[in-house]
Design a protein around this ligand. Structure first.
Ligand SMILES: C[S@@+](CC[C@H](N)C(=O)[O-])C[C@H]1O[C@@H](n2cnc3c(N)ncnc32)[C@H](O)[C@@H]1O
Length: 320
């Protein structure tokens, strides 16, 4: 997970991503590279995220109550640091882990026992469709040549096209689909990294927020087409980000909670009211209530790192 639109490269060098870790990558590889670097950075966080993972497990169990225990699909499984993979493997006959980052998937599955691994399938692909369609490559090309107004115009066309990009091959009829803090990661970290040094960042940011919303709706469609009619989705999403950059604070802001903990929805509403700019674009797909009967199950603080926390909202979704 990355900080926000204008951040420098996520390594400690402090330069823009395309002049730093992304410098020698081919245009078509940059989108994937950025996700992989993020997962590389958070790979050691398995123990740090134990409490968060327990809260995700509670959401998963609520969603799985009443469903068959046949097939489960995890979208954006990554390192599996925030997903109770062992519990899912014990509960379901078949567990499919999907992500663009194959190394992270292998690392997550590597923590499972031999019997748990027996039903696990690792599947690499692009939920956003940006890599497969060439859209990410075009964006990187325009950014590398500092063609910022062209990039802003391109994002306006992408906003309309995002829903039409070919969906990944995932199969259908899953009894449980799990998606944890993926919706906000499909576009914002990428455009934030490649356009960090743009002089028209605000214009690009505004167009990017629309693309993010369109891709979030696309995730809603993907969840809907993958889940069985009598199945359910455990959908958790980071609705608010709490860190120094977002709060325009020079020091480290006081954490919302010392570790990942449940938070009362009224406290969340108050946070969103006072700090509306901390709200994450695209966190909750706008098509959710059209596609599903959503039950807002629980909210919690995700103590991501010493410097960053998120408020996560968990839903149990039943397809309409
Ligand atoms: C917040 S992370 C989730 C953390 C992850 N479960 C873990 O424990 O490492 C979001 C995950 O979504 C994946 N992701 C983001 N965009 C994707 C895309 N377009 N296609 C597939 N996976 C994507 C990232 O690679 C990452 O693993």
């Amino acid at each position: 997970m990355t900080e926000r639109m204008s951040q420098p490269c996520s390594c400690i060098a402090g330069r823009a991503f395309l002049q730093c870790c992304g410098k020698s990558a081919a245009d078509r590889d940059v989108y994937r590279l950025l996700l992989c670097l993020g997962n590389d950075a958070s790979r050691p966080f398995y123990n740090r995220w134990t409490r968060h993972r327990e809260l995700v497990r509670e959401l998963v169990d609520r969603a799985a109550a009443g469903t068959r225990r046949g097939r489960c699909l995890v979208l954006g499984a990554g390192n599996g640091n925030d997903i109770p993979l062992g519990h899912l493997a014990d509960t379901f006959t078949e567990l499919t882990l999907f992500d663009l980052d194959e190394t992270a998937l292998a690392a997550g599955a590597g923590r499972l026992t031999a019997p748990q691994k027996a039903g696990v399938r690792l599947l690499a692909g692009d939920l956003a469709g940006l890599a497969a369609s060439g859209a990410a490559e075009t964006i990187v090309h325009l950014a590398r040549h500092s063609r910022w107004p062209d990039l802003a115009r391109y994002l306006l066309t992408l906003r309309r096209k995002a829903g039409l990009l070919p969906p990944p091959e995932l199969g259908r009829g899953y009894d449980l689909v799990v998606s944890v803090c993926v919706a906000t990661q499909l576009f914002v970290p990428f455009i934030g990294a490649v356009a960090a040094h743009s002089p028209i960042r605000d214009r690009i940011h505004a167009a990017a927020a629309d693309v993010t919303r369109a891709l979030s709706n696309r995730l809603g469609e993907i969840m809907h087409r993958s889940v069985a009619p009598a199945g359910a989705v455990a959908f958790a999403t980071d609705i608010l980000e709490w860190n120094a950059a977002r709060l325009s604070s020079s020091g480290v802001p006081a954490p919302l909670a010392p570790d990942s903990e449940k938070i009362d929805p009224t406290a969340v509403e108050e946070l969103l009211r006072v700090h509306s700019h901390l709200r994450n674009a695209g966190a909750v797909p706008e098509n959710l209530t059209r596609l599903f009967t959503p039950v807002h199950a629980m909210d919690w603080v995700w103590a991501f790192s010493d410097r960053k926390q998120y408020v996560v909202r968990g839903f149990v979704l039943h397809p309409r």
